[in-house]
Design a protein around this ligand. Sequence first.
Ligand SMILES: C[S@@+](CC[C@H](N)C(=O)[O-])C[C@H]1O[C@@H](n2cnc3c(N)ncnc32)[C@H](O)[C@@H]1O
Length: 242
Amino acid sequence: MKRLFRKINAFVKGIVLWLRPGLFLGFLGSPFQFLSNLISLSKWISKHKKETQFSDFLSFKRDYNKRYSLYEHVIASQKMQNEAVDYLEFGVSGGFSFRWWLGTNKHPDSRFYGFDTFEGLPEDWGTYNKGDMSARVPEINDSRAKFLKGLFQDSLYPFVDSKPFKGNRKIIHLDADLYTSTLFVLTTLAKDLKKGDILLFDEFNVPNHEWAAFQAFSKSFYIKTELLGSVNNYFQVALKIV
Ligand SMILES: C[S@@+](CC[C@H](N)C(=O)[O-])C[C@H]1O[C@@H](n2cnc3c(N)ncnc32)[C@H](O)[C@@H]1O
C-alpha cells in the first residue's frame, strides 16, 4: 500500500512540475508560505509560552519602548547585573538599542560589537526598500565598543576567525529584519553558541523573515532554547540557549 502511495505521489509530482505552475501561480508562493509560517509560529508560541510569565500577549497597542523592559527583565532574571558579556548586535542603524546595552552594562571586560552596512537594508523588506534605514556609524566614546561596517556576509567570517570569544556570556541581538541576514548570522555563529547565551529578536513574529530564519536554524542545528520573555505580541523576544 505504501509503495503504491509513493508511486502515485512521485507521478503526480512529476505531472505538476511538467505543467510549470511557477510560471502562472508564482504569486501564491509568498502568501502560502506566510500562512504556513504563521501556523508554525502559533504552534511554537503555544509550546513555549508556559516558560515565562513575562509577556504582554495579547496586547492591542504596539509600543517599541517595551523592548527596553524586556532587556531589563532578561538582565534581572539571569542575574546579569554585574556580569561581563559579549554583546553582538546585527542591524545597528542609528544605534538606539546598541547604546542602551552599552550604557546599562558597565563591566570593564564586556565587549560590544555592532554589525551593519550603515548603507541600509541590502534587500527590500515588506514596505521598506533596499537602502532604507541607512545611518551614520554612531559616534561612541567607549573603548569597549566596536562597529564592523559592511554586509554581515563579508564581515562575520573574519570576525569569527579572529576568535573574539573568551568565555563571556554572549548576547546576540538580531535586528536585521530580513530572513537572509538573520539566517546567515545564526548559522555562522552556531558553532560558538554555548548554554546560557541569549538571543534577542526584534521582529520575531514576522512569519517569512525572523521567525522563518529562527525556525530553519533551530531545526537544522538541533538548538534548544528557553523563552525568557516577549513583548508586543512576540514582536520582540528573548531566548536562552539551553
Ligand atoms: C531595523 S534596523 C536596526 C535598528 C537598530 N537595532 C536600533 O535599535 O535602532 C536594521 C538594520 O539591519 C541592517 N542589515 C540588514 N541586513 C544586513 C546585512 N546582511 N548586512 C549588514 N547589515 C544589514 C540594515 O542596514 C539596517 O540598518
